[in-house]
Design a protein around this ligand. Structure first.
Ligand SMILES: [Zn+2]
Length: 471
């Protein structure tokens, strides 16, 4: 059996991974709060866990891994978005979940085995809070229930700080009813216009941290193997999860291994709205960057290092993947991935070394093993990406563009000029110029001379445009 080693935040060591039950290796990844599109940084933990799950399934068997990733669908950011847009919370969360699925699917990230939504686990959260109160780890105050951090001596161990340091350094929400400034909310009261559920403490809603403790216990049990997320979640979110879960289930160990990925930058700078370098996964896909290229660029940097997204890297990835796709057209995959690729991944998910090993296979012309090994990283997957290997005929492109021109004409006919203009701009980006006479049908012209490279490029762009307009 392949020996997997992972860097465990809990022990601060790279350790040999030993599952609690090799017949059911269990993982939990903190998922998104669903009120907006996932930005590029949100995709990183998803891709890291996707590769981890692929590796675990390779080592322990496809049916012997259970992967859970939640949706936080009760949160004040969602309430604020609903109030600002006049839409219902349900509409916003449903739409965002669908977007999330589309975007993560486009990155080749397999869906988890369970995707629990917080609002479906309120009963379990209330029960856990009751246990915490009964065990002397939580207290009720003015309609709130708070976790008493001083009741859990190990509080701060995961992130490596003491409660007193935290108070000195952190922005803590001071409230008169807190016994200690670091005490955090398990339950809070809801106004009539806020989402709320009946509880022993009145109508209210859960705090964020309790969700993950309750859902992981319900789906994976009070002890499981790996818990992860971005390094920004280590404190306070994960610290608080540890406190809640260990105090509610003192007999269990909660997560054995904690895995945290470093943050993402764009062209050497922190991604932020104020710097104008903030973008979502969908923004890139709409620009015609294939999901596989995004994945490749992300995986080229080890998850424990800061990752810098640059356009140059994306272009380079596109060329490499394009060559690999051409190499594996019509090739039967080898029965086993290359040893070098498996051992790189088994060494604390060293995806950058694994990709270097894929290069060696490509250089050696070993297409069958390149194909099988790349799939362990979620690259060159069958069916879905396929963007680079396509050699479309001129007729195919013509008929696809014609169809989009008709959609554009239809939008103008119903006077949806905003949407029509958006579509027109996207097609222009693909070198297709639309025009219309007063009553006549839409016309289109190609602005670039046709060549085989051009044909490949336009298909990638058409894929993105069609996925948006032809649903
Ligand atoms: Zn969580």
């Amino acid at each position: 059996m392949v020996e997997i080693r992972l860097t465990n935040t809990r022990t601060r060591k790279k350790e040999v991974f030993e599952p609690l039950d090799p017949r059911n290796v269990r993982l939990y990844l903190c998922g998104p709060t669903v009120y907006d599109r996932a930005h590029l940084g949100n995709a990183r933990p998803v891709l890291v866990f996707d590769v981890l799950v692929r590796l675990l399934r390779h080592v322990y068997g496809a049916d012997h891994v259970t992967y859970v990733r939640n949706f936080t669908d009760v949160d004040d950011k969602i309430n604020a978005r609903a109030a600002a847009t006049g839409r219902t919370i349900r509409e916003i969360t449903e739409e965002t979940v669908a977007w999330y699925h589309q975007d993560m699917d486009a990155l080749g990230a397999a869906r988890p085995d369970h995707e629990p939504r917080a609002t479906e686990y309120i009963v379990q959260m209330v029960a856990m809070i009751e246990t915490l109160i009964a065990n002397g780890n939580a207290y009720e105050a003015e309609g709130h229930v708070l976790f008493d951090v001083r009741s859990f001596p190990e509080y701060g161990r995961l992130s490596g700080r003491s409660v007193d340091d935290m108070i000195a350094g952190a922005r803590v929400e001071v409230a008169p009813f807190k016994r200690d400034p670091m005490d955090f909310v398990l339950w809070k009261p809801s106004d009539a216009d806020q989402p709320g559920w009946d509880s022993p403490w009145g109508r209210g809603r859960p705090g964020w941290h309790i969700e993950c403790s309750a859902m992981s216990a319900a789906l994976l049990g009070p002890s499981f193997d790996i818990h992860g997320g971005g390094i920004d979640l280590q404190f306070p979110h994960h610290e608080n999860e540890v406190a809640q879960s260990c105090c509610a289930h003192p007999e269990a160990g909660f997560a054995n291994v904690w895995l945290h990925n470093e943050m993402l930058q764009v062209e050497g700078k922190k991604m932020s709205k104020s710097l104008g370098n903030f973008f979502t996964v969908r923004d890139l896909l709409d620009k015609g960057v294939p999901g596989e290229v995004i994945r490749f660029v992300m995986l080229r940097t080890h998850y424990r290092k800061p990752m810098d997204w640059t356009e140059a890297k994306a272009n380079e990835a596109q060329t490499i993947l394009s060559n690999w796709h051409e190499m594996v057209v019509g090739i039967e995959p080898a029965t086993k991935p290359a040893k070098e690729v498996v051992s790189a991944l088994a060494d604390d998910l060293n995806t950058s070394v694994a990709i270097a090993a894929l290069h060696e296979l490509a250089k050696a012309g070993d297409a069958p093993r390149l194909l099988t090994s790349a799939r362990l990283l979620g690259l060159l997957l069958p069916g879905d990406y396929g963007w680079a290997a396509k050699r479309p005929s001129d007729e195919e492109i013509l008929s696809r563009v014609k169809r989009l021109a008709e959609v554009w004409f239809g939008l103008r006919a119903v006077k949806d000029y905003q949407a029509a203009d958006r579509l027109r701009e996207q097609l222009l980006d693909a070198s297709v110029q639309l025009s219309a006479g007063r009553d006549g049908p839409a016309r289109f012209d190609f602005l670039t001379p046709t060549s085989s490279d051009w044909a490949k490029e336009i298909v990638v762009k058409l894929d993105a445009i069609e996925s948006r307009w032809l649903l």
